[in-house]
Design a binder for this molecule. Structure first.
Ligand code: GAR
Length: 224
């Protein structure tokens, strides 16, 4: 049987629920998806995402950050697990540890994070509550290459959702999460296909289709 194009070995790092991990698992189930998940690693033993990984038959590792005296020692253990798994790309999918410049530098251009806001708006935590408090009318999520400054690396892709008048934090978070589940597999696919390059600190996507149209909220088509 002829073999298809090589799928890039990819590790997914999680700390919790793992719904983005699940989206990546589902995408990678397609034989023509350009990335293959070779490791799911959690810094928390109780992370629900580990069960998702096991259910999909994927290798898992637990590297509890509390077991290491320093950040550098923790990251050395991460690096060892990643190289043992043969990972070439690394996805941070709700991985709630800040990584040092040394670690990020080693993985430059191959380490991606999903963040629940339209960066550079709302870096850090509590993004949905802050978006509601600011009264923005569009919110969303970003997938970006990781750089040493938290939530500031070159943006590969973003998805926007409306903020509706009746939204509370949970409703807005759920709408953004759905968008995350579409955006992350798309962006990992682009990276795995080698279509992402960084020019002047910005990510440039080769052959990205024109999304077309205008995203507006309130929607101008809504009857007055
Ligand atoms: C996601 O919303 C992700 O964007 C966010 O954590 C959640 C993880 O959910 N990440 C960050 O806030 C990173 N700073 P999941 O475990 O169900 O994928």
């Amino acid at each position: 049987m002829p073999s298809g194009p090589r799928r890039r070995p990819t590790a997914v790092l999680i700390s919790g629920r793992g719904s983005n991990l699940q989206a990546l698992i589902d995408a990678a189930a397609a034989p023509d998806y350009p990335a293959e998940i070779v490791l799911v690693l959690s810094n928390r033993p109780e992370a629900k995402g580990l069960e998702r990984a096991a259910a999909a038959g994927l290798p898992t590792r637990i590297v509890p950050h509390g077991d290491y005296p320093t950040r550098a020692a923790f990251e050395a253990a991460l690096s060892e697990a990643l190289s043992e798994a043969g990972a070439e790309l690394v996805c941070l999918a709700g991985f709630m540890r800040v990584l040092t410049e040394a670690f990020v530098g080693r993985w430059q251009g191959r380490l991606v994070n999903i963040h629940p806001s339209l960066l550079p708006a709302f870096p850090g935590l509590d993004t949905h509550a802050r978006a509601l408090a600011a009264g923005v009318k569009l919110h969303g999520c970003s997938v970006h290459l990781v750089s040493a400054e938290v939530d500031q690396g070159p943006i590969i892709g973003q998805a926007a959702v409306p903020v509706l008048p009746e939204d509370d934090e949970a409703a807005l978070a759920a709408r953004v999460l759905e968008a995350e589940h579409r955006l992350f597999p798309l962006c990992l696919g682009l990276l795995a296909e080698g279509r992402v390059s960084v020019e002047g600190g910005r990510a440039v996507i080769r052959g990205a289709p024109d999304a077309g149209g205008l995203i507006m909220n309130p929607d101008q088509r809504r009857p007055g």
